[in-house]
Design a protein around this ligand. Structure first.
Ligand code: PLP
Length: 469
């Protein structure tokens, strides 16, 4: 019989648990342990229940613990097909998911996006998009097109390719010599911090200025050397749900078209219904050549991401080598696709994207009512259920707190202690602009739940304001 540890005697102290063997982001702090979840509620191992008001990084589109999704995953597993390699095989789960995303009532087919490609993460989706864009010109014989243009204060992912087009300076600190020399950046379309608001510049004027500067940038590089312009329709992690000024994306599309440069939109965070329409670009009146999607796609039930590709690009590759020279072992993974198909079918069946738009209006109104007069909340912006609060030291100057103050991180910590999880993003470009928190609950959230979230955030804010003053 195996020898068992004697139980500690009453009053005898139990030894602390051994350090985690997991390589956590922080090697000092152990994250909270979640043992179960349902809807918007997470239960921690301490017994505490926390409202998940951000689904991690705007991932949980459907909320947690949906029985239909669990069933769909089990069914896929029961088929015995846990995994097959996509070079040789396809599966119903992957085919039906692609069909749903292309030909479904809210699918990309409405915009000429005719093929879906599935990978495991937003970064992989971005790398796939960059490589496909390059291959498009390779097939066309325009091999001198080697350059990519993106925007400053943008995050497109953590893999080396996606990190390269990103301009999230703090996240690149140890990797300066990993930077490719074929990438350059233009100004972010972030009116609150980068427009000339001091001189009364209007939204339209700011948009026009940015579009002209993009055109000039292309001309300086040589437009026939540029592969693609890469941008998020609403910027997530680096500035907190920032929509571009009116007219900006129309202008961007025109300038790209003028030089036959591809437009890659990164909807990893803001896509898949999060802003109240399936794609955020729908609200800009433009269509990208490639759009990347991720977080809300699988709603967190599976690690999945993808890109939807315009027929224009598909045709060129088809007529050329006829094969995308790229791939991942786990692409179009059947279990991930089955989970995602279930998530997307439920979202469509239950009209959840419309609910996202409706609840988004409720959330916006609550945030404005609660925080518009708050001393340190400079801006409240977003769309659908994707809202950011930007914190500033002085609203008249729009200046962020010095980096050491960590306003957003402290706000998040207090809110979490009070029972609401939000997503913080501290001044990520140069430490001085864009200290923000994101609220991004599931699309089936109710008004009462929103009230509870915003009331708790107000308590957290009031406590922090007192600490700062
Ligand atoms: N693009 C955007 C806009 C993102 O917000 C993220 C992640 O936060 C990524 C790409 C990278 O996605 P992942 O973390 O799944 O690799």
């Amino acid at each position: 019989m195996a020898e068992t540890e004697p139980a500690p005697l009453l009053g005898e102290s139990t030894p602390p648990p051994p350090p985690s063997a997991l390589f956590h982001r922080s090697l000092q702090q152990q994250p909270a342990k979640v043992i179960s979840a349902k809807g918007i509620y997470l239960t921690l191992d301490t017994g505490r229940v926390v409202i998940d008001a951000c689904g991690g990084a705007a991932v949980a589109s459907l909320g947690h613990g949906n029985e239909e999704v669990i069933q769909a995953v089990a069914e896929q597993m029961k088929s015995g097909v846990s995994y097959v390699h996509s070079l040789t095989y396809t599966t119903d789960a992957a085919e039906e998911l692609a069909r749903h995303l292309i030909d479904g009532p809210q699918g990309g087919g409405r915009f000429g996006l005719t093929r879906a490609y599935f990978v495991g993460s937003g970064s992989e989706a971005m790398d796939s998009a960059l490589k496909l864009a390059r291959q498009y010109f390779f097939e066309l014989g325009q091999r001198g097109r080697t350059k990519l243009v993106a925007r400053r204060q943008a995050f497109h992912g953590s893999t080396v390719g996606a990190m390269n087009v990103s301009s999230n300076v703090p996240r690149k600190v140890p990797y300066a010599n990993f930077q490719l020399d074929n990438i350059s950046w233009v100004s972010p379309a972030y009116a609150y911090q980068y427009s000339n608001w001091q001189r009364g510049e209007t939204e339209e004027e700011f948009a026009q200025k940015l579009v002209s500067s993009l055109d000039n940038h292309f001309q300086r590089i040589g437009p026939d050397k540029v592969i693609a312009f890469v941008a998020e329709p609403l910027v997530g992690a680096t500035s907190g749900c920032t929509p571009a000024p009116r007219g900006y994306f129309k202008g961007v599309r025109e300038v790209c078209d003028k030089y036959s440069i591809l437009l890659i939109l990164d909807e990893v965070m803001c896509g898949m219904g999060r802003t109240g329409t399936m794609f955020a670009f729908e609200q800009e009146g433009i269509v990208p050549d490639i759009v990347t999607i991720a977080k809300g796609l699988g709603g967190g039930y599976a690690p999945i991401a993808g890109m939807l590709v315009h027929q224009k690009v598909v045709e060129v590759v088809k007529k050329g080598t006829s094969s995308f020279n790229h791939g991942h072992t786990y692409q179009a993974h059947p279990v991930a696709c089955a989970a995602t198909l279930a998530v997307q079918r439920i979202i469509a069946r239950d009209g959840m994207i419309d609910n996202c738009a409706r609840m988004g209006r409720v959330l916006h109104a609550l945030l404005v009512e609660t925080f518009a007069q708050a001393k340190y909340v400079g801006d409240i912006r977003g769309r659908g259920l994707f809202w950011g609060l930007e914190f500033v030291q002085d609203k008249a100057l729009r200046n962020s707190f010095p980096p050491g103050v960590l306003f957003a991180a402290r706000f998040q910590a207090i809110a979490f202690e009070l029972g609401v999880a939000i997503y913080p993003g501290a001044g990520t470009y140069n430490g001085t602009r864009g200290d923000h928190a994101i609220v991004a609950p599931p699309y089936n959230i109710t008004p009462d739940e929103l009230i509870k979230i915003v009331d708790t955030l107000k308590l957290a804010y009031d406590r922090l304001e007192k600490e700062i003053d």
